[in-house]
Design a binder for this molecule. Structure first.
Ligand SMILES: *[C@@H]1O[C@H](CO)[C@@H](O)[C@H](O)[C@H]1NC(C)=O
Ligand SMILES: *[C@@H]1O[C@H](CO)[C@@H](O)[C@H](O)[C@H]1NC(C)=O
Ligand SMILES: *[C@@H]1O[C@H](CO)[C@@H](O)[C@H](O)[C@H]1NC(C)=O
Length: 511
């Protein structure tokens, strides 16, 4: 009996030590592939950086909300039946001799108030009075009083008159003479009035600049603060954790670093919301990726980088790069000691050619150092440039400890996908995306993160089962990314773009 019990005891010890060594070996193996946590994340898009398409109702209270900063308008003279154009795209006179409209015939608005604007032309000059004649020109590189124009709309808003700063209306006198000397105050909006133009909007931005400047900073402040404290709440973190996700990627804007008094038109208070996010993440055992989504000057001209009018100015001066590094330094300092901090993403979706490879590398080097000044542990995520070679940063990023390369995979935004069937979309994930991912996954290279993807696609009228198969194919392929993945986004009025909706309604299952 004693011998038996000794044997039993020995075998128990053996089994026990086996169990111990097994349970130790598992994390060790994962660690040896150099990343302990495999990130399964959701983006908290449309929260601290506004994107109108994610929650359009935020813009509802803006007067003339179809005329925001960056709105692109085209103007057709009713007397000439020709479009107004900045000749040569800018730098000289305006004319009204175009039968069709594209770049040179398109004006981007800067909003001063609900009816007062600057008009920016193709080559980025501003429309205004010339100093010597009555001619309207597009020569000013920055707007002043002479470039301040008032838009007066007719009742159905399809026609406008434009008042020049000297009180006269702009008129298309002839096809090649556009002047600011029409003084008749009243109009019947008839086809015989040379100061009347048909106005068509051909593009809009609805980002942070548009919402803050559209309402005006004072009026925007309570609206945004209410959005920040109601759109994402503690309960979202609880459900994110319970659905099998382990991380949130949180887009932030550069103005967060000057909270509570950011430069106009931005509104203070998003920093408090980010602090709350860390507290809730830690409570529910989630990790946080802080993602600089909007860099000063705009790195891609899209609304989600808080562009005013589509122009990309990020990275064009050393001063601008330094300002961006200071934002990273601020964020790293503030959150370095937080248990929830997993990574800082230095910039989201920089776009070539505005963001040059040189300026980007210079910034990534300095941004990396700024993070490391405060923490040896946080991963530093470097985003690939949109529409550039996916491998262009591989070697560069390999030179840094705990660096991660972010690639975004959407079966959208390209004509390649417009007529793909359900099965072709799924094959594209299994073959092409899988190859894309392998191409950037190299030995001793950075970890790879599919930081944005979605189950939305260009297929019309897809069945629930189609969405399920498409989402699952992506989960399988992106599950092989060495750092992990993040769905875009948690909440969205467009259901397939809302991971919350997709999980709650059985389209996506992580268990
Ligand atoms: C429009 O007028 C300008 C100025 O006279 C001229 O240079 C240009 O060729 C004209 N364009 C068209 C399409 O008629
Ligand atoms: C301003 O308007 C007047 C008409 O009131 C016009 O005669 C004058 O030429 C305009 N000035 C300029 C600089 O365009
Ligand atoms: C996807 O990859 C296949 C080969 O693997 C290639 O023939 C095809 O052109 C790719 N599709 C697209 C849309 O690039």
């Amino acid at each position: 009996m004693r011998g038996n019990s000794l044997l039993q005891c020995l075998s128990l010890v053996l089994i026990f030590s086996c169990l111990v060594s097994l349970s130790c070996a598992r994390p060790a193996r994962l660690l040896s592939s150099s990343n302990a946590l495999h990130v399964k994340a959701v983006n908290l898009g449309g929260w601290l950086v506004t994107e109108g398409w994610i929650k359009p109702s935020l813009f509802d209270g803006i007067v003339n909300k179809d005329l925001l900063d960056g709105t692109q308008i085209q103007l057709k003279s009713v007397t000439q039946q020709m479009y107004l154009a900045a000749e040569s795209g800018g730098g000289t006179i305006l004319v009204a001799n175009r039968t069709s409209a594209s770049g040179w015939e398109t004006f981007k608005l800067w909003r001063i108030d609900e009816s007062t604007f600057n008009f920016r032309v193709f080559n980025w000059q501003f429309v205004g009075l010339s100093s010597d004649r009555n001619q309207i020109v597009a020569t000013a590189t920055s707007p002043s009083t002479s470039e301040t124009l008032q838009i007066i709309r007719n009742s159905d808003k399809s026609q406008v008159r434009i008042r020049a700063p000297n009180g006269s209306f702009i008129q298309a006198k002839t096809a090649v003479s556009v002047t600011a000397d029409y003084t008749e105050e009243s109009t019947s909006w008839g086809d015989d009035d040379p100061s009347v133009f048909e106005m068509k909007s051909v593009g809009q931005l609805q980002g942070e600049f548009q919402i803050t400047n559209g309402y005006g900073t004072e009026a925007a402040a309570p609206i945004l603060r209410n959005h920040w404290s109601t759109y994402i709440v503690e309960d979202d973190f609880r459900s994110i954790a319970s659905s099998g996700l382990n991380t949130v990627r949180i887009p932030v804007g550069w103005w967060i670093a000057s909270d509570p008094n950011p430069p106009k038109p931005f509104v203070g208070g998003s920093l408090q919301a980010l602090d709350n996010a860390f507290t809730w993440a830690e409570k529910y055992n989630l990790k946080v990726i802080v993602d600089l989504h909007a860099a000063p000057g705009s790195q891609n001209g899209f609304e989600h980088s808080a562009s005013r009018d589509g122009k990309q100015e990020w990275g064009t001066t050393d001063e601008n790069i330094k300002q961006t590094v200071n934002v990273i330094d601020f964020l790293a300092f503030r959150y370095a000691k937080r248990r929830g901090l997993l990574a800082i993403e230095l910039i989201n979706e920089p776009l070539a050619p505005g963001a040059t490879l040189d300026s980007l590398k210079k910034y990534y080097q300095a941004g990396y150092n700024a993070v490391r000044k405060h923490t040896p542990n946080a991963y530093v995520i470097m985003s690939n440039r949109l529409s550039a070679q996916s491998t262009e940063l591989l070697q560069f990023a390999s030179g840094f400890q705990k660096s991660v390369l972010d690639v975004h995979y959407y079966n959208l935004f390209s004509s390649v996908f417009t007529s793909m069937t359900v099965q072709e979309n799924i094959d594209y994930i299994n073959n092409n995306r899988s190859t894309d991912l392998n191409t950037v996954s190299v030995a001793n290279g950075p970890l790879v993160f599919v930081g944005e993807w979605t189950a939305e696609w260009a297929v019309n009228g897809a069945a629930k089962e189609d969405y399920q198969r498409f989402a699952q194919a992506q989960l399988d392929v992106y599950g092989r990314a060495t750092f992990g993945w993040a769905y875009w986004t948690w909440q969205n009025v467009n259901n397939p773009w809302s991971m919350k909706y997709m999980i709650d309604n059985g389209y996506i299952s992580l268990k």
